[in-house]
Design a protein around this ligand. Structure first.
Ligand code: ZN
Length: 276
């Protein structure tokens, strides 16, 4: 395992900045995106406590694929992973690998909220937000061995924070525009999957309230997914503009069973538990 140093991280960060200014997109093909995503995912899976419980893994993949497999979406395989970390966070790696922490799942109140978060992450992949970051990294010639560098930092404080922060720093630190775009995709996908999109609004509001109570559990989420009252208002407007549709699910028995199962998983490794 390569240990990341501060200067390496800084170099990468600078590379990213340089890469994003005046670089002609070299274009990462879908196949390249999937191949690189697979490598990153393999590295991430070695370093994060991925939940292997078959019921949990099956449900999150069924739900994620129900939301994603729709007319007009990208024809790439998606894989969803639950991470045994108490931190409230979720992120997507290029190529269709989506990670969601148990801490976030346990904080959702219903299917609509959980599906909203998944749909938002799917939105980042559909809009190629992280693939665009790869293009910028490639342009800045800092792509090689990136996964090791990203993930090699020694975990400190909460939650192997170095691990997550590394990955999310590159693949989930999105601009406000990207956040709005991912939200808009989520609002479009959820009703087509038969799920009420209102959970996006209620969950975002809960996160903002949670941040006021215990900021430490949400550091990563807010640093990687800019979330403001304005963004919530945008989502609400998008939902109001949808054609009226009946029988959208707010929750389901399978969601409840899944959440119970997640709650009963073994405790996360020490560095993936909340400090407070
Ligand atoms: Zn986001």
């Amino acid at each position: 395992m390569i240990q990341a140093t501060t200067s390496l991280r800084r170099t990468l960060a600078l590379g990213l900045v340089a890469g994003s200014v005046g670089v002609t997109a070299c274009g990462v093909s879908t196949q390249q995106e999937i191949d690189m995503g697979r490598q990153y995912a393999a590295e991430i899976n070695r370093q994060l406590p991925i939940v292997t419980d078959p019921q949990v893994h099956r449900y999150i993949n069924e739900l994620g694929n129900l939301i994603q497999r729709q007319e007009g979406n990208r024809d790439i395989p998606y894989t969803f992973y639950v991470v045994n970390s108490e931190e409230i966070n979720a992120f997507a790696v290029p190529g269709g690998f989506v990670y969601i922490n148990r801490g976030l799942i346990e904080r959702t109140d219903n299917l609509s909220e959980l599906a909203g978060v998944l749909a938002h992450e799917i939105g980042h992949v559909e809009a190629r937000h992280s693939a665009e970051m790869m293009e910028r990294m490639q342009a800045a010639q800092v792509g090689v061995g990136l996964a090791s560098i990203l993930l090699g930092g020694p975990p400190s404080g909460l939650a192997g924070a170095a691990v997550d922060v590394g990955a999310t720093a590159y693949f989930a630190r999105h601009s406000r525009e990207a956040e709005n775009e991912a939200d808009a995709i989520a609002v479009r996908l959820l009703p087509s999957a038969g799920i009420d999109p209102a959970g996006l609004v209620t969950f975002f509001k809960e996160l903002i309230e949670e941040r006021e109570r215990t900021p430490s559990t949400l550091e990563q989420w807010f640093s990687t997914h800019p979330l403001t009252e304005e963004r919530i208002a945008n989502v609400r407007n998008l939902i109001q503009a949808l054609p009226p549709q009946q029988n959208l699910a707010i929750t389901s028995q399978t969601y409840q069973t899944f959440k119970q199962r997640v709650r009963s998983l073994p405790a996360p490794p020490a560095q993936f538990r909340n400090r407070d």
